[in-house]
Ligand binder design. Sequence first.
Ligand code: FRU
Length: 479
Amino acid sequence: MSTLTKVLEKNVAEIEKNADMTEGRFRLGHHLMPPMGWLNDPNGLCWYKGRYHVFFQYAPFDVEGGLKFWGHYTSEDLVDWKYEGTALYPDSPYDCHGVYSGSAFTEHGKMHLFFTGNVKIDGDYDYINEGRETSTLHVESEDGIHFGDKEEVISFEKYPENFTCHIRDPKVWKENDKYYMVLGGRLKEDKGAVLFYSSENLREWKFERTITTSEAFGYMWECPDYFELDGQKFLSISPQGLKREEFRFQNVYQSGYFPVKEDGSVSAEDFQEWDKGFDFYAPQTFVDNKGRRLLIGWMGMPDAEDEYVNKTIDEGWQHCLTIPRELTVRDGKILQNPAKELEGLRKEKTILYDEKTIMEVRVEVNEGFDLVLEEINVTGSSFQISMGGQMIFKYENNIAELGFSEVSGAGRTKRRAKTGELKNIRLLADTSAVEIYLNDGETVFSTRYYPDRDDLQLKIMGGKFRGNFWNLRKMIFTK
Ligand code: FRU
C-alpha cells in the first residue's frame, strides 16, 4: 500500500470513528446515507457471493462535496446494512482528483469495478474542452471487499475526437457472449451523448458508436445505463441543460430513460423522467439473484443549493440514496415499486377506514412509516394527504402536486406531475426523506424534507379508499 493510501485511510478512519449513524435528528431509518461528509451517486450495484453491494460517491472530508472516494455498504436482504468502509481511494495518478462514478460486473466468482478517474491539470483551462483527463479504470476482487491494482482500460487520449473532456461513468454488461459499456459524454457542439463500446475480454475496449438525439437534448449526459426489460431495450441518462417546463424538467438537472428503437437510436420525444420530486439524480440499475432489475438513485441534486438546502449539514453529513426499487414494464412505461423486502421493516398494522370525510392518524416521523391507499375514489374537489401541514400531497384533475411548508421544505416549494386518474398511493416516509409512488409506481416523487416536530397529524381528505398504515422499525447499520 502506498504512503498516500495509508494517509487517506487513516484520515477517513479518524472522521468515521466519531460517526454515529443513529444519532442526530435527521439521521435516516430506511435510507442509506454517508457516515460523515457527503454522498452522491450510487455506484457498483450488484449481487455478489450472497450479498448485495452498494457503493457510492463519498466525500468524507467535506459535507459540501470535494474529493470523491467510493464508500461501500453490503446487505443480505436489502433491509439491514453493513458499512464496509472505503472501497476506493483517490490514490493513483489516474484518479488523484476523484474516483468518479462507475459500475460493477460479476463473473466467474470475480467482481469487476469499472469507473472514471478524474484528473484536473493545474492551469488556466476551462475544464470542459481542456485541462481534464478522465480515463476509464478497472479493478478486480475475489471477495468484494479487497480490490487489486487500478488498471487503465480506456485512456482519455483514446476517446473519440468529437467529444470534450467530459466523458465518464462507465456501465458494463454482458450480452450474447460479448461485453458492452456505455459512457456519458458531452460533444464539442455542447450536446449530450453516450459512447457505446464493446469488448471480448473486459480489458480491450472498442468504440462502436455514439448514441444521441437528432437535436441537442441537454449539453451533457451523465451516468448512463443500458438494459433490457420485458424484451425492450432502454437507455437511462442524467441529462444536464434541459429547459424547465410546467410539468417536466422542474429541477436544475434531470434523469430519465428512452426506449431504444430497433435501429439502436433514441428520440427526445420518448424521454420519460424517472422521478418528479426535488431530490433524485444519477440512478443505476442491476439484476439480482432473483432475476429482478432493481434501481437505486441518488436522493440529491447537484448545483441546487441556491434553491434549497439540506438541514443535515448541521449534523455533518449530507444526502442519501433512494430505497431499492423493482422495475417492471406496463404499456411501454417503466413502473418503479419499493423492493418487496422493505415490508420487513413494518411494525403493527393499522387499517384505515374511509367512511369519514377526514381521516386522521397520528404518526411518529422520527420512526418512519409506510402508508398504502388503494381503490381511491376522489369524492371532493381534490384529494389530499397532509402531514401536519408540513408536507401536502394534492391530487386534482389528473395532476398530482407535492408541496412543503417553509420550514420543512428548506427552500423546496412544490413539484407537479400529470398522472391520469389517481388509483393508488404508497407513501414511505423517513425522518427526513419521503418517497411517494402513484398508480402502481407509474409516477414517483422523491424528496428530502425536514419536519420540525417528531410526531405529526396525518390527514387524508377528499376521497374514499382502502388503506393500511404501518410504523416502521429502523434498519440496522453495523460498522
Ligand atoms: C453525477 C456525477 C458523475 C460523476 C460523479 C462525481 O452526479 O457528476 O457524472 O462521475 O457525479 O462525483
